[in-house]
Design a protein. Sequence first.
Length: 509
Amino acid sequence: MGDRRNRGLVLTQDPAIAQLGRQALEQLGEQPIDVREVDAFNAIVERGATIVIVDLGMPDRTLKTVAATLGNHRDLPVLVLATGSPALWHKISRGNPLEAILEAPFAENDIATAVEELLSKRRWLHEQLVGSSEMIQELRDQILLIAPAPVTALITGDSGTGKDVVARALHQYSPRRDRPFRAVNCAAIPENLLENELFGHEKGAFTDARAQYHGVFEQADGGTVFLDEIGEMALSGQVRLLRVVEEREVTRIGGNRPIPVDVRLVAATNLDLRQAVAKGEFRRDLYHRLKVVELNLAPLRSRRQDIPLLIDHFVSLYSKSASRFSGFSQPAMDLLSEYDWPGNVRELRNIVEHVVFLGPDRPVEPADLFSQLESPPSGDRHLPVATSKTPDQSERELIYFALLDLKREVSELKQLVQGRPAEMAPRPLYEVDDRLTAAEIVSPDTLTGSEVGSEVGEVQEADGTLKDLEREAIERALNQVGGNRRRAAQFLGIGVRTLYRKLDEYGLK
């Protein structure tokens, strides 16, 4: 069916409308797909599309089913061709910001222009909130649901997770998009200046107040005010802010006349405001007024599948002016994918920017990254190294080493139980040919199944398999570290992603 990332659906039973839709999509490089049956439409949407063109001349029952399906895919742009009355659609549609209605009569160029605008809106959202994880997709859906509503929003999450990006997205997809967006970092402005910045002052209100000053709320009239790090605001400022939120009016410092303002307030914090309220550091009434809608941003370590996509995005962003950049080696990518990212997306972006402009003129290796990481791996960690082995061979070797170590520990415990004198040298667990390296001793290419059984001893029963050994080793490691998978991976000497694959394979999750 072609690339699902560039498929446009045309839902109509009118051949003329279908032709106009196909021509418009082809003009923009989209692959048009004609859909006449609602069952086929639902299935294709689930498989992936970039835009949908809906003809209101379709039966009402069909349109209701289509609207319900699109309501579950808010980041899918919808162009409605009003060949019939739009009244029904206004009633059944959920008001997606990525939706446009084109009144008849219309020409091919009209449809192409509307499609291009909708695709541009969708592209902005995906470029700002990069990722394919369930969490990032849910966040996009929440933004498109909340943005059109005139409600106050509170964005929470660790530093560096992109709270400012979400605030701008809420403005971008709201009816206020063409009005001002003003952002203030409450932690970056001294307490005695913050109220002046937000609410303004009258001429002569204090020394050096030589002219009247309009604060941020007046500057953003009709638009959006974003207050970042709201948890750092002093209690005196919180009292004045509460009045703005409740009364939608401000009073300048030194003034006594309330000034009406029409703003949408978005606040953000990396603090737990509930704890701040309990400690008396944040007003309870203001907290409840701010969290009409709350969006919580997950830390980057909770959505690791987005890390390669973010790296690609930042590389493409910076490498346009840095032709010497040669990319990341696979060990470097593995390191970045398994790193915990205490600084979240901001830390990742800074590291990519650094290596793109100041990194080596060869593929970036793990050693090139350690000095840039906020919390680099400990010195005793097994660092990625370049080898000529395939990933499967390397994983097998690591499992074999872990099994041999496990057998050695079991043998030592058995000696203690049986009361064998400590000075007696135990029988070698396996014989070593001095001409072979350790990797060759345990590699899949040099050990057959029977040899593994005889070398490892009682760890493998006569009817056992290598998979049985792997499963047992993983279970023992997890039990020993109390179920901590990262520590279990370190204990086994394998990567965390490898461990997760093995857990899936053996049904141990």
